[in-house]
Write a protein that binds this ligand. Structure first.
Ligand code: NDP
Length: 316
């Protein structure tokens, strides 16, 4: 299969390398910049997006979700061959921005559950990461077969290719990003502030909150062994009782209502509309989040901690 990968970033590089190592003929579509240089260093032929899609049987759209609509309409749809197959790594564009799909194309979602580094590492170790997969449009009648060939080539069939509709994939993913992740950041910031204000040393608080890496190690074990099994196998009896007896104290009906509101905001399309309308100011919102007063204090504490501790080897 002649495969074009548009974008050579986090997903693009790993997926292009895996597909080429699996024997596919892969070229890259990218503008003239550092990503292009990396693709050239990896010995890929690199073309403009327009030229790269012209001769492809399969086009992977591995650029940020927020720019996909423009690139698809301006550069991919006008140049793609009839009967080609388009692959997305996330259901976002299909779920929230797609008004209609060009006729004649097969359209797939192959959405890995890991960043590129782990996708490549797993492939090189003769294993693979799991992915949610969906056939969004099957115009040639061959889409299922192409899906199987691609998940095999990417290594995802070894990790587990799990069927899931693109809309549900996108909504679950956004829910993790817009409820679980902000809750984590808000907890870290609030606990940090509260303890430091009461006189606890900043370094000790930061270390215990996440910086030692213990939290990440426990989450990894939960992914490996199961949520409750890892908890019971690794947490001290004091910790286990503390968690079990506090679970219902820290959660509230109000938080449940927030959860429902966040889900509604995603499912109704309100979030995606806001994201599209704020393309020019998104980075400002992120910037004020990561440069707030509390973020700056935490970053200073991290710098001071880095001088005092050496991370265990398994973090490298
Ligand atoms: P990246 O931010 O790493 O993508 C960077 C690439 O996109 C570069 O090649 C960049 O080239 C290109 N790009 C950026 N803007 C444009 C533009 N306007 N026109 C053309 N090319 C552009 O993205 P990811 O790899 O993280 O994401 C790709 C897809 O994979 C998304 O759909 C994402 O949701 C999905 N995904 C990502 C995961 C992850 O862990 N990161 C996990 C699972 C799915 P240049 O700047 O030179 O234009």
């Amino acid at each position: 299969m002649k495969i074009t990968v548009i974008g050579y970033g986090i997903q693009g590089r790993a997926q292009a390398l895996n597909l080429r190592d699996s024997g596919h003929n892969v070229i890259i579509g990218n503008i003239d910049d550092a990503y292009k240089e990396e693709a050239l260093t990896d010995k890929f032929d690199v073309f403009s997006v327009e030229n790269a899609v012209e001769s492809a049987d399969v086009v992977f759209v591995l650029i940020p979700d927020g720019v996909q609509d423009t690139v698809l309409k301006e550069s991919i749809w006008p140049n793609i061959a009839d009967n080609a197959c388009v692959v997305f790594a996330h259901g976002y564009w299909l779920a929230f921005e797609c008004n209609s799909l060009p006729d004649g194309l097969d359209v797939l979602m192959i959405a890995p559950r890991y960043p590129g580094e782990q996708i490549r590492k797993a492939f090189k170790n003769d294993s693979g990461v799991p992915a949610f997969v969906d056939v969004a449009q099957n115009k040639t009648g061959n889409a299922e077969q192409i899906l199987d060939e691609l998940t095999l080539g990417l290594g995802f069939s070894k990790g587990g290719a799990i069927p899931l509709g693109f809309k549900q994939e996108a909504e679950i993913d956004l829910m993790i990003e817009q409820f679980m992740a902000p809750l984590f950041f808000a907890s870290v910031e609030s606990v940090y502030k509260a303890l430091v204000e009461k006189g606890y040393p900043e370094e000790a608080v930061c270390m215990e909150l996440y910086f030692s890496g213990e939290l990440g190690a426990v989450r990894t074990m939960m992914g490996r062994d199961g949520l409750y099994t890892a908890f019971q196998n690794n947490a001290s009896p004091t910790c286990q009782y503390g968690v079990a007896s506090s679970r219902h104290r820290v959660w509230s009906k109000e938080l449940d209502a927030v959860l429902q509101k966040q889900l509604e905001r995603i499912v109704s399309g309100e979030f995606s509309k806001e994201l599209s309308s704020k393309q020019d100011s998104c980075q400002d919102v992120v910037s004020s989040f990561v440069n707030s007063d509390i973020a700056s204090r935490i970053k200073q504490t991290e710098e001071s901690l880095k001088k005092q501790i050496v991370k265990p080897n398994f973090f490298k």
